[in-house]
Design a protein around this ligand. Structure first.
Ligand code: NAP
Ligand code: ZN
Ligand code: ZN
Length: 351
């Protein structure tokens, strides 16, 4: 076992405080990663506050959140072939899966029917709790690690491991590209990567944000159009406009209003995970043969494809790097939608 330093919440909603814990000795296919940066995903906040209690089993405390992990390999197990000491690597939302079900075989381990092993707030195959990336190191099987694009700063790569893949996967699955009109709802961590990736895929991109405060940023990231959802005119103006709407909002909003913005046969993909069920109007679905869908991160293979795509197109995340001592403050700012556009913890500040 090796001792790691990190930050953890001791109980639901408690502030994150310094925490020391053990990681396993590397097994033959494991790599040891010296974590340099970790993004703060809104899911970290939902989980540290136990906001998904209606949908998942009990949270495990103390909880070390963090699943946008970027670092450098510091040691390898004796049968590792994919990585060497010194490689720049990442770990996303899961660290293992059953490896033998239909979904794992198809490379969509995030939907493993036996059970994806999540990076934190979960139990590993041996029953021990998993601890996330708000820490100085992690041990992971080489098959669940990713190679970072060489041309992007590591801190700008970290958010790709969750925010990037969570938008890339549905954009690809629902064929965002030339001739397609895509709306991204919410310009936060997920949303800003959605704008960049959809634009790079050649789609016409519209941001639907609560206000016009971030309009200039959205346009710089590649949005062709930008509307405020606080203006009721927006919904009248954009009715039946989009092929694809991707909803990244972390709170409960009226989905029916957004379904009405879809063309016939359009799809709204929900990626935001509010803590409550949301009612929808059946007529908005039937009246345009519309689809309401959902999507959850991406598999290992697709995550690597996304990282290579972001490298090729120069798509790093817009980050605000913070010392770990400011993590609780950063959470408060995310909750106020005051994030430009992802907080990333500098793990050197743990020392
Ligand atoms: P974030 O940075 O906080 O962004 C969410 C954005 O939603 C905000 O920036 C804001 O955008 C908008 N928003 C927030 N509250 C709102 C409200 N009450 N009404 C309307 N709009 C509101 O969060 P994130 O890290 O991008 O995560 C977003 C959600 O996705 C979270 O629920 C998270 O748990 C979930 N998530 C899902 C997956 C998946 O695999 N499906 C992966 C990662 C995260 P504007 O200021 O532009 O309005
Ligand atoms: Zn996340
Ligand atoms: Zn499986």
């Amino acid at each position: 076992m090796s001792t790691c330093k990190g930050y953890a919440a001791a109980s639901a909603g408690a502030p994150l405080v310094p925490f020391t814990f053990q990681r396993r000795e590397p097994r033959e296919h494991d790599i040891v990663i010296d974590i340099k940066y970790c993004g703060i995903c809104h899911s970290d906040i939902h989980q540290a506050r136990n906001e998904w209690s209606e949908y998942q089993e009990e949270c495990i405390f103390p909880m070390v959140p963090g699943h946008e992990i970027a670092g450098v390999v510091s040691a390898v197990g004796n049968r590792v072939t994919k990585y060497s000491v010194g490689d720049r690597v990442g770990v996303g939302c899961f660290v293992d899966s059953c490896r033998s079900c239909v979904e794992c075989k198809a490379g969509i381990e995030q939907y493993c029917s036996v059970g994806t092993i999540w990076t934190y707030n979960f139990r590993d195959k041996d029953g021990s709790p998993t601890y996330g990336g708000y820490s100085d190191g992690i041990v992971v099987d080489e098959n669940y690690a990713l190679r970072m694009p060489a041309n992007l700063p590591l801190e700008a790569c970290a958010p790709l491991l969750c925010a990037g893949i969570t938008l890339y996967s549905p954009l690809k699955h629902w064929h965002a590209g030339p001739g397609k009109r895509v709306a991204i709802v919410g310009l936060g961590g997920l949303g800003h990567m959605g704008v960049k990736i959809a634009h790079a895929l050649g789609a016409e991109v519209t941001v639907l944000s609560q206000s016009l405060k971030k309009q200039a940023d959205g346009k710089r990231m590649g949005a062709d159009h930008y509307y405020a959802t606080s203006d009721p005119e927006t919904f009248a103006k954009l009715v039946r406009r989009f092929d694809l709407v991707i909803n990244t909002v972390s709170a409960a909003i009226d989905w029916t209003q957004y379904l009405d913005l879809l063309k016939v046969d359009g799809t709204m993909v929900v990626v935001g995970l509010p803590d409550k069920d949301i009612p929808i109007g059946a007529f908005s679905l039937t009246g345009g043969r519309r689809s309401l869908a959902g999507s959850q991160i991406g598999g290992v293979r697709e995550t690597q494809e996304m990282l290579d795509f972001c490298g090729k197109h120069g798509l790093g995340s817009d980050v605000e790097v913070v010392p770990i001592q400011k993590v609780n403050e950063a959470y408060q700012r995310v909750l106020k939608s005051d994030v430009r556009y992802r907080f990333v913890i500098d793990m050197a500040t743990l020392k």
